[in-house]
Design a protein around this ligand. Structure first.
Ligand code: NFS
Ligand code: SF4
Length: 653
């Protein structure tokens, strides 16, 4: 049995006040949450360093983490082979998740153009034409449907192609692509790369960690520049490209007098269909008849982030709050699709009499009610969910306690919008961003992304890291659970500029943007790749992605998807720091390969740190190193002393 739960202080588990209140309530109610299980379940010290192999039944083979070279597996596999293979399989799994999601979006796109799906249509034809043009598909004088069908055919290759380069390689800066070609890591199709990764990491196949790393890179690139990128672009085409809008978030968005429905998962179709259903006057009438003031649709995790800026929908919180939100007792239905859905949500939902509904055939949960969402008639599923929620509202029995906190912030900074915001409506351009980096007002750009994890104080590292970065004039781009951590902490509004360094604050004021830009869900990390490529294209900051004064971080990661994302940034040339833990045996050649050698070969590299200030220090040191290599380190000193002088003058005036 676990130790009495009261022993773990709530303030050590999370900095999110709402989640903290709900952990306390859950403990009183006798409901176990993953925070407490994480304390009770000590990680295996060998597994934690990824030093075991169970790829065949001659094992499992456990290595000695204190002296990794003192033994080999029964088959003779060395520690480097074992850790590299495990890492490769994490990347394969993460890539599979993003690409399978992307492929589902692409199929939806095909069926929308073919007229087989009638509830959705093409919302952003301009983006459709832009993407088609970027892939050399003729658009002049052609019917939109014909272009769309060609685009579908072309993008299908991202997944199914057996040989040749995937279409999005046309968007990679030439010098970066040259490096990948020379290294033999340009992805063919995601299915092929994932298959080969799994094959090569099976017993007795690839047993050279450097060679395994090449396939790891190739697979990860099939995610970032393939599955994820297509998913983002198709979602924008179908549902609209996001532009900034003020969003309310945190658990205070729940309403005691309304039917509260949480949509949690990853594919935007479920939430988009829920929005259509919730606008149905018949269902609204039913809610009124049940005594509710209305239907309150609320997103959580990535699907919430994906959809909120397209519709101004409120967001209740990130991965670590999905059980906590049920503890309010105010949720009349929680509906989920795929990914990051904890199995115990079902148990917690049962305790609070909340209907818990799975909707995707790929992700059922034992004991949970399954209502399949058929994309040809999605409203059948979502109407039924709303009716279930209304019934639960009518028969609410458990006491309700809703945390009051609501934070307001601006989200929805797509690549297209950033371009427009910086360059103006007539000629969108990244030139002002590059100029401000070159003149030193902005020191560099950081992507802070990824999960939360109950083994690391919830939201803490995200918030502290981002504060530290903006204080040092680093512009921060965000996605995923990280974006929601900052949103709840109030750092996604223009007010956050007050916490930025003088140079960044000045740019934010001039452009009218916050120093922390929320770009959306985890698949939308592809927006960061496109923005970075645009920075290279505009000029003045080197010729490849590896030249940019930029860095990435997932400070509280937990999912295999995060490892796939981290590695596609590394393979693209970016320095990536992961926090809290890393699936690596210390002191191995494979560790040196990922943490040092890759950079020497022209890629980015991995790093690890436990403390958010240390993460910031590493990222800033890397940004400064790149500035120096670009010869723009001096400009920054000048601009800062100029600003200090000006402030001195202002003060004396
Ligand atoms: Ni991405 Fe992490 Fe999950 Fe989204 Fe959140 S946990 S890797 S941010 S919801 S995928
Ligand atoms: Fe052990 Fe080798 Fe089998 Fe892995 S593949 S379990 S190291 S014998």
């Amino acid at each position: 049995m676990a130790k009495p739960l009261e022993l773990i202080k709530v303030e050590d588990l999370t900095i999110c006040e709402s989640t903290a209140q709900m952990i306390t309530k859950a403990r009183k109610d006798g409901v176990e949450l993953f925070f407490d299980r994480a304390q009770a379940m000590k990680p295996c010290p060998i597994g934690e360093q990824s030093a075991c192999c169970k790829h065949c039944s001659m094992g499992p083979c456990r290595m000695n983490v204190n002296s990794p070279y003192d033994r080999v597996g029964v088959c003779g596999a060395t520690i480097d082979t074992i850790v590299a293979r495990n890492f490769g399989r994490m990347v394969a799994a993460g890539t599979a998740a993003h690409t399978d999601h992307g492929m589902a979006m692409l199929e939806l796109f095909r069926d929308v153009i073919n007229g087989k799906v009638k509830d959705f249509s093409i919302k952003d034809p301009i983006k459709l034409l832009e993407i088609a043009t970027s892939l050399d598909i003729p658009t002049e004088g052609r019917d939109l449907k014909a272009v769309a069908l060609d685009l579908y055919q072309e993008l299908e290759r991202t997944y199914t192609q057996v040989d040749g380069e995937i279409p999005m390689m046309k968007r990679v800066p030439p010098k970066t692509l040259e490096l990948w070609r020379a290294a033999g890591i340009v992805p063919r199709g995601a299915m092929r790369e994932i298959m080969e990764m799994m094959h090569r990491t099976a017993m007795g196949v690839d047993q050279d960690y450097e060679n395994i790393t090449k396939q790891i890179s190739r697979t990860a690139l099939a995610d970032g520049w393939g599955g994820s990128m297509v998913s983002t672009d198709i979602s924008d085409i179908l549902f609209g490209t996001p532009s900034p809008v003020e969003i309310e978030c945190d658990m205070g968005v729940l309403k005691e007098d309304q039917v509260n429905i949480i949509v949690h998962g990853h594919e935007p179709i479920l939430l988009e269909a829920m929005i259509i259903s919730a606008a149905d006057p018949v269902l609204q009438g039913m809610a009124k008849d049940a005594g509710a003031k209305g239907l309150n649709l609320v997103g959580m995790c990535c699907s919430g982030l994906d959809v909120m800026s397209r519709h101004g929908l409120p967001h209740a919180g990130n991965f670590s709050s999905t059980e906590a939100v049920l503890v309010t007792g105010a949720i009349d239905a929680m509906t989920v699709d795929i990914q990051c859905i904890k199995q115990d949500l079902k148990k917690v939902a049962d305790f609070y009499d909340t209907p818990f509904i799975t909707t995707n055939y790929r992700a059922k949960i034992e004991g949970a009610l399954h209502i399949q969402l058929d994309e040809h008639e999605p409203l059948k599923c979502t109407d039924e969910i709303i009716i279930k929620a209304i019934t639960r509202f009518k028969t609410r029995k458990k006491p309700i306690q809703i945390p009051r906190k609501i934070a307001r912030g601006v989200h929805g900074f797509s690549f297209e919008y950033i371009n427009y915001m910086l360059g103006g409506s007539f000629r969108g351009s990244f030139t002002p961003l590059n100029e401000n980096i070159i003149n030193g007002r902005i020191r560099g750009v950081a992507g802070v992304v990824g999960c939360t994890n109950p083994r690391s104080k919830h939201d803490y590292s995200h918030v502290e890291l981002v504060k530290e970065l903006i204080k040092h004039d680093v512009l921060v781009l965000q996605t995923g659970c990280s974006q929601m951590a900052l949103a709840k902490a109030g750092l996604t509004g223009p007010g956050a500029a007050a916490l930025a360094g003088p140079g960044l604050a000045e740019v934010c004021e001039t452009v009218g943007m916050p120093p922390v830009l929320g770009l959306g869900a985890c698949v939308d990390n592809s927006r960061i790749l496109i923005a970075a490529s645009e920075m290279v294209k505009v000029g003045g900051l080197g010729d490849s992605l590896a030249d940019l004064p930029a860095a990435g971080c997932a400070p509280e990661w937990m999912s295999e998807k995060a490892i796939a994302i981290g590695h596609y940034f590394v393979a693209s040339g970016i320095y990536v720091v992961f926090g809290h833990t890393f699936p690596m045996t210390k002191g191995t050649k494979f560790e040196k390969h990922l943490f040092e050698d890759l950079e020497k070969q022209g890629f980015g590299k991995w790093a690890f740190a436990d403390d958010p200030r240390e993460m910031a220090r590493l990222m800033i040191a890397h940004i400064d190193k790149k500035r120096q290599q670009l010869g723009i380190d001096k400009t920054r000193e000048r601009v800062l002393s100029d600003m200090a002088d000006r402030r001195g003058l202002d003060a004396s005036a």
